[in-house]
Ligand binder design. Structure first.
Ligand code: AMP
Length: 293
């Protein structure tokens, strides 16, 4: 028997791609009518192994998996990277086919925000924790508005989000609960490169030199978590951690310890559970990461 060439990649059936809400709605109604469950994985595309792990998690929870790909303009400030955000449709489609994703929801900007669009969700609670919101004040309003729309369009029983964007996970969970949206939000631990760097579509912006420095963020988070667990005082540990990150060449936005559920500031390690969260710029690339203590 002839050996199959290794270069032949087995690709599953292509996912259905929906661009219009009516067609998506008809498909979802049919699925739900058969008693099947649906999980949504919201993304902005430029998919990496972290996104694909979210898809696999969704697959374990539901009969059908929908991945949304939408670079959401309302979560970018005018000075941010909306225009240059990586868009890799062909490779995204290939990866989602391999994972047997059932459908891709790929609305255009005019579909999500038609002329006259005038409604916005204004999240509180974890969205005002003084972390990402302090440096990107527009961000969680934009995220909540688009995620609420996606959940209403797809009506999934489950939606998966990454702990990589830890504050976002808490904000979306609170919004879904507060608005009574009947979707269970499921978090996934951060997927990392071998050297510890959290996978991110924005890692593509790093120069070769910056890429060698970038894993410092997670190295310092881990070291600080270890020291806190060994009894080191909170304030000194954070100060030293921040210094190490700055010394490596980052401009630090924040490096903080927070209550892992409420994101409220904590006075000592005795508060529990604790999460360390960091955001820092390396050149023009802003990276975020976090770790449980
Ligand atoms: P994005 O496309 O960056 O908006 O991210 C879409 C989803 O993927 C969000 O729920 C992110 O938290 C999640 N995500 C991004 N990077 C990772 C990662 N390295 N590990 C786990 N989830 C991730």
């Amino acid at each position: 028997m002839r050996k199959k060439s290794k270069s032949i990649v087995k690709v599953g059936a292509k996912p259905r791609v929906f661009y219009a809400p009516a067609a998506l709605h008809a498909w979802v109604t049919d699925i739900r009518g058969k008693g099947q469950t649906v999980a949504l994985v919201p993304t902005m595309g430029a998919l990496h192994a972290g996104h694909l792990a979210l898809v696999r998690l969704a697959r374990r929870r539901a009969d059908r998996v929908v991945v949304s790909i939408f670079v959401n303009p309302t979560q970018f400030a005018p000075n941010e990277d909306f225009g240059s955000y990586p868009r890799t449709w062909a490779t995204d489609l290939h990866a989602l086919s391999e994972l047997h994703v059932d459908a891709i929801w790929a609305p255009g900007v005019a579909t999500m925000y038609p002329d006259g669009f005038a409604t916005k969700i204004v999240p509180g609670g974890p969205a005002l924790a003084g972390l990402e919101d302090k440096f990107r004040p527009h961000f969680f309003g934009g995220v909540c508005t688009v995620v609420a729309k996606l959940l209403l369009q797809v009506t999934p029983q489950f939606a998966t989000f990454g702990e990589k964007d830890y504050q976002q996970l808490k904000v979306v969970t609170a919004m879904t609960r507060d608005l009574g949206i009947p979707t269970k939000i499921i978090g996934l631990p951060t997927v990392r490169e071998k050297d510890g760097l959290a996978m991110s579509s924005r890692n593509a912006y790093l120069s070769a030199d910056e890429r060698t420095v970038a894993p410092t963020l997670y190295r310092v988070l881990r070291e600080c978590a270890r020291r806190l667990n060994a009894g080191s005082p909170l304030a000194a540990t954070l100060t030293e951690g921040e210094e190490q990150i700055a010394h490596a060449g980052f401009a630090v936005d924040y490096f903080e310890a927070r209550h892992a559920e409420t994101l409220a500031p904590i006075a000592s390690r005795k508060a529990s559970p604790v999460r360390l969260l960091v955001a820092a710029k390396l050149g023009r690339t802003r990276l975020i990461d976090n770790i449980g203590v």
